[in-house]
Design a protein around this ligand. Structure first.
Ligand code: CA
Length: 233
């Protein structure tokens, strides 16, 4: 899952980056409205952590612009995606400020100083809602993935996997029934500065098939990968 951190305090930004990376997120950081807007227009993020006082303006301006952007016909392919979940993280802690932030289109609001575990739990809740899930764990056939504990079980037994394999599986599960290209998967796994080996996604998928069964991830030749939708939802 890829997160855009919009934060002009370098210390907070780097602390968030380190913490979220340790929790398996790909993290990109912008310090202003203009740079964040151009990031949202060029890359797909699963969520945005938005500070309000930024180097070149107010984060609420970015939020307003994002929410007003056209959804387009095939929403999944349009950028910026106005449905991107946004969590405001700010020192502005007055009740009227929180209400204004939520009414402007933020999905959640956290005040500084914050606890990183709580921030991560709120982020998980946002991602869960964005994926249309009600359960905190994701079940698919005999596979159960727990985003909070970052564990995977199959038929109730733990399946050992690397952080990247876990992330690939999570991305595919959250997009069940839809074909994702290698590039779409890479975009969700790697930040701008990450070095990507050209066949990394193929290798992770190869390992996942070996561990979970070859039928669990299917290939649509020349297009990408998908996990078939189950008959019951
Ligand atoms: Ca700030």
């Amino acid at each position: 899952m890829r997160i855009l951190v919009v934060e002009d305090d370098a210390g907070i930004a780097s602390g968030l980056r380190t913490n979220l990376q340790q929790r398996g997120y790909a993290v990109d950081v912008c310090d202003g409205v203009a740079s964040a807007w151009s990031a949202l227009r060029t890359e797909r993020f699963d969520a945005v952590l938005l500070d309000l006082g930024l180097v070149d303006g107010d984060g609420s301006e970015l939020l307003r612009r994002l929410r007003l952007s056209p959804a387009g016909e095939a929403q999944a392919s349009v950028l910026p995606d106005p449905a991107t979940p946004v969590l405001i993280v700010t020192a502005r802690d007055q009740v009227h400020q929180r209400i204004a932030g939520l009414d402007l289109g933020a999905d959640d609001y956290l005040t500084k100083p914050f606890n990183v575990d709580e921030l991560d739990a709120r982020l998980r809740a946002l991602l869960r809602r964005a994926a249309g899930r009600t359960s905190p764990t994701i079940r698919h056939g005999d596979i159960e993935l727990d985003p909070a504990g970052r564990t995977v079980r199959q038929k109730g037994k733990p399946v050992d996997m690397s952080p990247r394999e876990f992330s690939v599986l999570l991305v595919l599960l959250e997009s069940r029934g839809r074909v994702l290209s290698r590039q779409q998967i890479e975009e969700r796994l790697y930040s701008w500065d990450a070095a990507i080996e050209s066949n990394a996604v193929e290798v992770h998928i190869h390992h996942l098939r070996r561990k979970l069964g070859s039928a669990c991830i299917q290939t649509m030749r020349g297009v990408g990968y998908f996990m078939p939708q189950e008959e019951r939802s």
